[in-house]
Ligand binder design. Sequence first.
Ligand code: AHR
Length: 596
Amino acid sequence: VDLVVKSSGGNASTPIMYGIMHEDINNSGDGGIYAELISNRAFQGSAKFPSNLTGWAGVGGARLSLQRLDKPLSAALPVSVNVAGCGKKVGLENSGYWGIDVKVQKYTGSFYVKGAYDGVFTAQLQSALGKKEVFGSVEVASQSVDGAWTQHNFTLVPTKAAPNSNNTFSITFNSATSGLTNQKFIRFPGGNMLMGNTIDTFWKWNETIGPLKDRPGMAGVWEYQLTTGLGLVEYMEWADDLGAEPILGVWAGLSLDGAFYTQDQTDFAIQYALDELEFLTGDVSTKWGAVRASLGHPKPWKIKYVEIGNEDWLAGRPTSFESYKKYRFPMFLKAFQEKHPDIQIIASPSVFDNMTIPAPAAGDYHPYLTPDQMVSYYSRFDQLSRQNLTLIGEASSTHPNGGLGWDGPLSSNPWWGGSVAEAVFLLGAEKNGDKVIGACYAPGLRNLNRWQWGMTIVQHAADTALTTLSTSWYVWRLLGLHPLKNTLPVTIKEGGINPLFWVAGTSEKNTTVFKAAVYNTTEPVSVSLQFEGHATKGATATLTMLTGPADPYAINDPFTRVNVVKETTSKLTAGDGGVFAFSMPMLSVAVLETDS
Ligand code: AHR
């Protein structure tokens, strides 16, 4: 062929002659050219492809469920995931688009969290199988605040490239700190449950351990049969998961029908309790320590607190109480002091229940009161001496002011005014933190389908969307999130206690803390606060305040989902003389903590 190309006369050429056609086919966009490594990142769904959890799995035993919250992240993204679990590392992981390639390069990402969490998240890239080798991880301090969605951004640079793409990305967190409050202890197994309805149907610890097929269960004292699947070991594991000190109640020979052990029979109850302690704390060479080891717990637990019985001042009194004072408690105390001298023994009554408790034993006080009574007990613990150590092993506002008290029904739910009154009472207890061992609301949990005792700090149901954090939960949690290392005396320049109640102190972090509650007024209270020697002009502090509606009987309703408690956080700067100034309305609870 012989050709000649002419020097002119042709047509103009298109500048974009060759290109690419693209639609998202074959995961060529999502999972392809679009640089998103997380598959199904926002649970987006449509009529044809409903929202689902494809690509996601729980970490640390966490259970994932999709939810449509009243306040979703955005109108465009109405679905989010609920991560339910309890432990030091729970969360969720994503397997990417059939894997994730991991190189030593910068990865950026973000996730949104709804609600408050006072802890740290870990974002991590790891192999999917086997020992789950970690290629890179980064800690992300929580910025989460109550009631809102908070975005958390992170940058992650792996220290090592993965040999293949069979990897996952995870976000984990410590659910142990996001539970009922900030629990430092867990008192179990009751309460009345420990005592049983009759003298031979008490909570028998040795029937709550081992394979489920060997656990007969027991007649619960709250009108239903118990499996005892939640047995002694499970309680200890729960304490471990929470990082909480166990306060172990041992049966002391009294049942709810008022029957009690004679002096001779009490020896049996004591040996039974000592065996329980050996099961928990004995080394594997002991009879019961070996049983514990055979159940997968070779390492002995530590028990620092043992309570002898439950409310021995109540059932069957006065004769049962006499037996407790006369021989049951003294015999237990002697046996435990001989065998476990390091354990803090707690009597089930307190000095407020007409019992003289010999030091070093402590007592257990159960104020179930009206709000006004709670408030009137703000100074109750001031009268204790250091020889009168007292646990507040159960407490709550149970009845409205001016009602029938125990002659009337219990309230159906914690209510805002009662919760603020609990705060006043607790501030009084915190003031005496050298005598008060600790305090807990009771009962802690209630399935919404059970009505024996409506007053619980958290209510739940099979439908997890019904989980309800009561008005009291907000109060106890706020106080629990700011533990004091020691108290600081407060002098009054103007005004006085009531309607403002308070406690001040320093924290483990050496910050200065002021906790306060307002009850019994119609006007807001102006607070002018100086942390002498701790804060000068220009110092900053964070003020967290809980307020509620004018109606003191308003509740957080599981069914309407109305939450009446409002939590606000603001930054304060100290003015002249290092004074922090703020105002608290009627029925409010606040914590002011210096930033350093
Ligand atoms: O918290 C409910 C019950 O109240 C407990 O079981 C008992 O100790 C108290 O009387």
